[in-house]
Design a protein around this ligand. Structure first.
Ligand code: VGL
Ligand code: ZN
Length: 209
C-alpha cells in the first residue's frame, strides 16, 4: 500500500499504564512499540494521543463508593465502565512508553481531562458531543486516510476509528500494531463493528518498505 501526504498515523495511548506492570495493563501492550516505531517513519503526519486524567476522575472505580474496577455505572451521558486509577496527569504511568519514538509527532492530543466525562475517542469525549479538535486539525491538513494503532484495540482505538469514519475519513486500523483488553467479547465486537462500518483492518507489513 503506497502512502502519501494526505495520510495520517494516529497512535493511541501507548502509555506505561497500558503496558505490563501498568495500572490498567493490556496483555503484551509493550509488544506493539517495535511495530509502531517503523510505522511512524513512513508517515508525513503523526498524531499521538495520551490518556490524561486528573486524580479522582469519574471513570475511576475509586471515585464511586462500593464499585469495583471493571464494573459499570450509569453516567449522565450513558453507561460507563469503571477502571482502576490510571494515566494520572504527570505520573510515570501517563508517560509514553520510553521506547516509543515520539519525536516525529507534530501533535499530541490529551484526552480524559474533564473530571466528569471519560474520553475513549481521540475525536469526541464519551458524551459524543464534546470535540477534541482533532477532526478540524486533520481537515486543515487535507488528510484523507487515517491509520489507527495503539492501545487498547477494543476501547480507545475502536472509538477513535469509529469516530474517524463518522468524520468521513477513510479509516484503517493496523491490527498487529494494537492489543486488546478483551472484556466480555469486546475484541470480537470491535471486529464486527469495523466490518459493518467499513473500517479496514490491515497489517503493518503492508505499509513498510
Ligand atoms: C483506555 C480504558 C480507560 C484505552 C483508556 O486507552 O483504551 N481504556 N482509559
Ligand atoms: Zn482512561
Amino acid at each position: 500500500m503506497k502512502l502519501n501526504d494526505s495520510d495520517a498515523l494516529l497512535v493511541i495511548d501507548v502509555q506505561n499504564d497500558f503496558c505490563p506492570e501498568g495500572k490498567l495493563a493490556v496483555t503484551d501492550g509493550n509488544a506493539i512499540v517495535p511495530i509502531i516505531n517503523p510505522l511512524i517513519e513512513q508517515f508525513r503526519h503523526v498524531i499521538l494521543t495520551q490518556d490524561w486524567h486528573p486524580a479522582g476522575h469519574s471513570s475511576f472505580a475509586t471515585s464511586h463508593s462500593g464499585k469495583a474496577p471493571f464494573s459499570t455505572t450509569a453516567m449522565p451521558y450513558g453507561q460507563q465502565t469503571l477502571w482502576p486509577d490510571h494515566c494520572i496527569q504527570g505520573s510515570d504511568g501517563a508517560a509514553f512508553h520510553p521506547d516509543l519514538q515520539v519525536d516525529a509527532a507534530a501533535m499530541v492530543i490529551r484526552k480524559g481531562t474533564n473530571p466528569e466525562i471519560d474520553s475513549y475517542s481521540a475525536f469526541y469525549e464519551n458524551d459524543h458531543t464534546t470535540r477534541t479538535g482533532l477532526a478540524g486539525y486533520l481537515r486543515d491538513l487535507r488528510i484523507n486516510r487515517v491509520f489507527c494503532c495503539g492501545l487498547a484495540f477494543d476501547y480507545c482505538v475502536r472509538y477513535s476509528a469509529v469516530d474517524a469514519r463518522k468524520e468521513s475519513f477513510t479509516t484503517l486500523v493496523i491490527d498487529d500494531a494494537c492489543r486488546s483488553i478483551d472484556m466480555d467479547g469486546s475484541d470480537a465486537d470491535t471486529r464486527t463493528e469495523f466490518k459493518n462500518r467499513n473500517i479496514a483492518l490491515v497489517e503493518s507489513h503492508a505499509l513498510l518498505g
